[in-house]
Design a protein around this ligand. Structure first.
Ligand SMILES: Cc1cc2nc3c(=O)[nH]c(=O)nc-3n(C[C@H](O)[C@H](O)[C@H](O)COP(=O)(O)OP(=O)(O)OC[C@H]3O[C@@H](n4cnc5c(N)ncnc54)[C@H](O)[C@@H]3O)c2cc1C
Length: 463
């Protein structure tokens, strides 16, 4: 297989080096490194397809790798095999300014796309904290701070080119198609969005773009309690304010951000807000929001009006992960990721804070609260098994609390390795049988990122 790999993507397109394999066997999560046996670097879809055929014929597991910023252990080669590192496929193709769409290869990151679009008046809003690859974001159904207004990857992918386990190339909405909407057939695009590399390798994504808003203003508001901040969020959404970003940081998180990003906000529960629109609509949105926050005991807004101050504010928010880790040098961060109907948010956050305090755990809370999605950024000593056990039990309690409120165990990070059992609890056995059936149809030999999302079957029934 190795010599065929080399004939397909060249000598420098195949690596057996330990450092390269280790770099590709791990993401940003606490899951341990599981290096693949070999890493291949295809340059085009034809090479991906040819490599997949070789893997298929030799029954070798295939693990797609975007930028490795995932938080659920998705890229670990738990059964060895071949990592498809897609960074050489980094072209931005088929930009249609007048239709608000663009097609990208899997090596293109969200920041690279927005840099490319800078002078066109358009942008792509989905923004996980890391500069992830757009196809990796599609594969993990990512979102971020802008999702409350612009949606997640699920709403913003129009079409995908995918290489299946046997090397077949398909286009989930038909080759070259990019309508704004469709009711043609099964929604294969959204089957592959969130499939975490277990159904195929995404080699192109056609994405929706948006006009850069005429005016943007950001603000920070401090609250006397978690309940007051979260109640404000719910009421702002109920009032129909088309808020672009509304991010919650608890007292521990804002303190960490203050220290890490040299800010000086009061150390109390805080909302970071952003409004997009025309000058006139902005004034209306801000007025309604201020009335609501003040009725809940919120402080006066601290404004970030110019682009530089706004950039600094949101960089601090995106750096929350690193700010949390800096609270305990030498420790690792592990992010929980539940999402509940927004009316349940105040209760789940208050209960979770109590749980953290009772169990003496460091877990600053940061959340995309406008979507009902929040994270405890657990800072844990990886060499302390007792603490790791307490964090694990805490995350399971939190996920089950979200499930009991009709929410989900993962709003945006995916299932990967760590949430497979919780997925079964969330979906129920009949739905899981349907998911397993889809997997068996598309990948009967279980070669695509095996061991992720679905729990392994009993050995006798494993094909
Ligand atoms: C500091 C920080 C902040 C973050 N904030 C957020 C956030 O706000 N919201 C959020 O959603 N996530 C967040 N994340 C998680 C991460 O950035 C996202 O999950 C991202 O979508 C992963 O993209 P990637 O290219 O790095 O994928 P990888 O980590 O390389 O892979 C993730 C999964 O997708 C599969 N995959 C990757 N590329 C492909 C492909 N081309 N075809 C098929 N499968 C593929 C992999 O096999 C793996 O299972 C954050 C991570 C960090 C480190």
């Amino acid at each position: 297989a190795l010599s065929t790999f080399r004939s397909i993507c060249g000598e420098d397109g195949v690596s057996l080096a330990t450092a390269v394999r280790e770099q590709h066997g791990k993401d940003e999560s606490v899951h341990r490194c599981r290096p693949p046996d070999v890493v291949v670097f295809p340059r085009c879809v034809e090479e991906v397809s040819a490599l997949a055929k070789v893997c298929h014929d030799n029954r070798l597991p295939m693990i797609p790798f975007g930028t490795g910023t995932g938080l659920e252990g998705g890229v670990g080669a738990v059964k060895g095999g071949v990592c498809f590192s897609l960074r050489k496929m980094n072209q931005i193709l088929d930009f249609h300014q007048e239709d608000f769409d663009v097609t990208v290869e899997p090596g293109v990151t969200r920041k690279a796309l927005n840099a490319y679009l800078r002078d066109t008046g358009l942008w792509f809003p989905v923004d996980p904290g890391a500069d992830a690859s757009l196809c990796g974001m599609a594969a993990s159904s990512a979102s971020g701070t802008n999702a409350v207004r612009y949606g997640t990857m699920r709403e913003n992918v129009i079409n995908l080119e995918v290489v299946l386990a046997d090397g077949t190339i398909i286009h989930t909405a038909g080759k070259g198609r990019r309508p704004r909407k469709t009711s043609a057939g099964y929604n294969l695009t959204n089957l592959f969005v969130g499939s975490e590399g277990t159904l195929g390798i995404i080699t192109k994504a056609t994405l929706r773009l948006y006009g850069i808003p005429e005016a943007t203003v950001s603000a920070v508001c401090s609250f006397p309690s978690v309940q007051a901040a979260v109640n404000s969020t719910v009421q702002i959404l109920q009032a129909g304010v088309a808020i672009a970003r509304i991010e919650f940081l608890d007292d521990v998180m804002i303190n960490a951000c203050n220290m890490f990003s040299s800010l000086s906000y009061p150390v109390t529960p805080t909302l970071f807000l952003e409004f997009h629109g025309s000058e006139q609509s902005l004034a209306e949105q801000v007025n309604t929001t201020e009335e609501i926050t003040q009725a809940n005991g919120g402080s006066d807004f601290q404004w970030a009006r110019d682009a530089e101050t706004r950039k600094r504010l949101w960089k601090a928010r995106h750096d929350a992960w690193y700010a949390a880790q800096a609270l305990r040098p030498g420790c690792k961060a592990y992010s929980t990721d539940v999402c509940v109907p927004i009316s349940q948010l105040p209760q789940i956050i208050v209960e979770t804070k109590t749980d953290l305090i009772e169990n003496k755990l460091t877990g600053p809370i940061a959340g995309h609260v406008g979507d009902g999605n929040f994270h405890c950024l657990m800072v844990v000593d990886p060499n302390d098994p007792e603490e790791l056990r307490r964090v694990h039990l805490f995350s399971e309690r939190l996920a089950r609390r979200a499930l009991a409120m009709n929410g989900t165990c993962t709003g945006e990070h995916g299932v990967g390795l760590g949430k497979r059992a919780l997925l079964y609890e969330e979906m129920g056995s009949m739905t899981m049988q349907v998911m397993q059936g889809i997997k068996d149809t598309l990948d009967p030999n279980n070669l695509m990122n095996p061991g992720k999302v679905l729990l392994p079957r009993e050995p006798q029934s494993e094909k």
